[in-house]
Ligand binder design. Structure first.
Ligand SMILES: CC(=O)N[C@@H](CCC[C@H](N)C(=O)O)C(=O)O
Length: 371
C-alpha cells in the first residue's frame, strides 16, 4: 500500500483548526486510519483527538508515539496551491508534518505487526489551551499504560536528513500571559480628565523587559515576550481599555513563579501610577520537555545503519505540552530537520516535504528499537 504522503500532508495543510476545534482534522485522520488493515488496531476518539492502539506480537511493553494536530491563528502568506482553506488559520508549526509522519508509521505497523504494543496519540490543542494534561488525566489513556513515549517537532533550521535531540532539558517551561487594563477614556484634547490605558499598557511592556534584564539572575534564563497589544477606538479618543497578550519562558520551573510575582509587582505600580485597574490571566502553562538519557541513547542506536544524521541539540526556549507526558512517562522528544527559510510560527513557513519520509523512517526505527 504505497501512500502518497505529500498528498496527505497537503490535505491536512488545507484544514488547520485551533485547539479543541479540530473537527475536520479528526474526521480526516479517522477516514485515513479506517482505510488501513484493521486486524491489529483499536481506535478510540477522545474529544477532537484520537488514541490508536496497535496490538504487538509479543507485547512485553507498550511504546507511545504522540503527534499534535492543531493549527495556529495566523493568516498564511505562502503561494502554495494547497494553502490553508481556513482564512486566518495556518499549520505554521508543522503539525501537518507531524500528523503525516504518525500516519506513515501507523500504516507500517498496521501491515507489519510490531513486536511490542504501540499506542499512537493524536493530541489536540498543543498551541493552547493544552491537550496533553487532560489527555493524561483521561480514562482512555489509563487502559494503555505506556512504558515509554516519544515525539518529534520539525526544525526549520536543521537540514533534511538530520535529526537532533539531547539528554535532559530540551524545551523550556512556558506560561501564557493575558493582561487587561481599565482606566477612563475621554477627549484627546483633555488628557488630564482621563486615565490613558495606552500609556499604562506601554509602560507595562517596557517595564516587563526589565524583569529579564534587571530583576533576574543572568545565569538563570527567562523570556517575557508580548506578542499582541490592543487598545483604543479612534485617533482622537484617549483609550479606556487596553489588553496585552504574551508568553513567559523559563528554564527552571521555580523561576516561573519569580517572573510572575515580578509581573504582579509591576502591575500594582501601574495601578497606582495610572489610577487604573488591571487583571492578569496566565492561560495555559506548559511543563518543560526533559528527555530521559536512556531513550535518547536508544534513539541514536535505532538510527545506526540508516542515512539519518544525528546531531546534539541546544536547549530551546520553545514550549511543548509534551513535557507533561514526559513528566509521567519516561521518553524523549527530537527535532526533525525540514530546512525552511522561514521559521516556526511564520506565515511563510515552507518545510521541505522530503523530510516526511525521513521522519517516518526515524519513528519506525525507534518503535522497533530495543533497550
Ligand atoms: C514548538 C512551539 O513553537 N511551541 C509553542 C507552544 C506554545 C505554548 C503556549 N501557547 C505559550 O505561548 O506559552 C511555543 O510558542 O513555543
Amino acid at each position: 500500500m504505497a501512500q502518497d504522503w505529500i498528498k496527505v500532508r497537503r490535505d491536512l495543510h488545507q484544514i488547520p483548526e485551533i485547539g479543541f476545534q479540530e473537527f475536520k482534522t479528526q474526521a480526516y485522520l479517522l477516514d485515513f486510519i479506517k482505510s488501513l488493515p484493521q486486524e491489529f488496531l483499536t481506535i478510540e476518539s477522545w474529544r477532537t483527538g484520537l488514541f490508536v492502539f496497535v496490538e504487538g506480537r509479543v507485547g512485553d511493553e507498550t511504546v507511545a508515539y504522540r503527534t499534535d494536530i492543531d493549527g495556529l491563528p495566523i493568516t498564511e502568506e505562502t503561494s502554495f496551491d494547497f494553502h490553508s482553506q481556513h482564512d486566518g488559520y495556518m499549520h505554521a508549526c508543522g503539525h501537518d508534518f507531524h500528523m503525516t509522519i504518525a500516519l506513515g508509521a501507523l500504516e507500517h505497523f498496521s501491515i507489519n505487526q510490531p513486536e511490542d504494543h504501540v499506542l499512537f496519540i493524536f493530541q489536540p490543542a498543543e498551541e493552547g489551551p493544552g491537550g496533553a494534561q487532560p489527555m493524561l488525566a483521561s480514562e482512555a489513556i489509563k487502559q494503555y499504560q505506556p512504558d515509554w513515549i516519544f515525539a518529534l517537532h520539525i526544525d526549520p533550521k536543521l537540514s533534511v536528513g538530520t535529526v537532533s535531540s539531547k539528554p535532559g532539558l530540551l524545551f523550556a517551561n512556558t506560561s501564557e500571559l493575558f493582561i487587561d487594563f481599565k482606566g477612563k477614556g475621554g477627549h484627546a484634547a483633555y488628557p488630564h480628565e482621563t486615565k490613558d490605558m495606552i500609556m499604562a499598557a506601554s509602560t507595562f511592556n517596557l517595564q516587563s523587559q526589565q524583569l529579564v534584564s534587571r530583576m533576574r539572575d543572568p545565569l538563570n534564563p527567562a523570556v517575557v515576550t508580548i506578542g499582541k497589544m490592543e487598545a483604543g477606538t479612534v485617533q482622537n479618543i484617549i483609550a479606556e481599555n487596553a489588553r496585552v497578550e504574551g508568553t513567559i519562558r523559563t528554564i527552571k520551573p521555580e523561576t516561573m513563579d519569580t517572573v510572575k510575582s515580578g509581573i504582579e509587582r509591576i502591575l500594582s505600580g501601574i495601578e497606582t501610577r495610572f489610577d487604573c485597574t488591571t487583571s492578569v490571566d496566565y492561560g495555559a502553562n506548559y511543563y518543560m520537555v526533559h528527555n530521559d538519557e536512556r531513550f535518547v541513547e536508544r534513539f541514536k542506536r535505532a538510527l545506526n545503519g540508516s542515512s539519518i544524521q544525528y546531531k546534539e541539540a541546544p536547549e530551546a526556549m520553545t514550549g511543548e505540552d509534551f513535557g507533561y507526558f514526559l513528566k509521567e512517562i519516561p521518553g524523549f522528544m527530537f527535532w526533525l530537520g525540514v530546512d525552511s527559510p522561514y521559521g516556526l510560527h511564520n506565515s511563510k513557513l515552507n518545510p521541505n516535504e522530503e523530510a516526511i519520509e525521513v521522519g517516518i523512517e526515524a519513528v519506525i526505527r525507534t518503535i522497533k528499537s530495543h533497550s
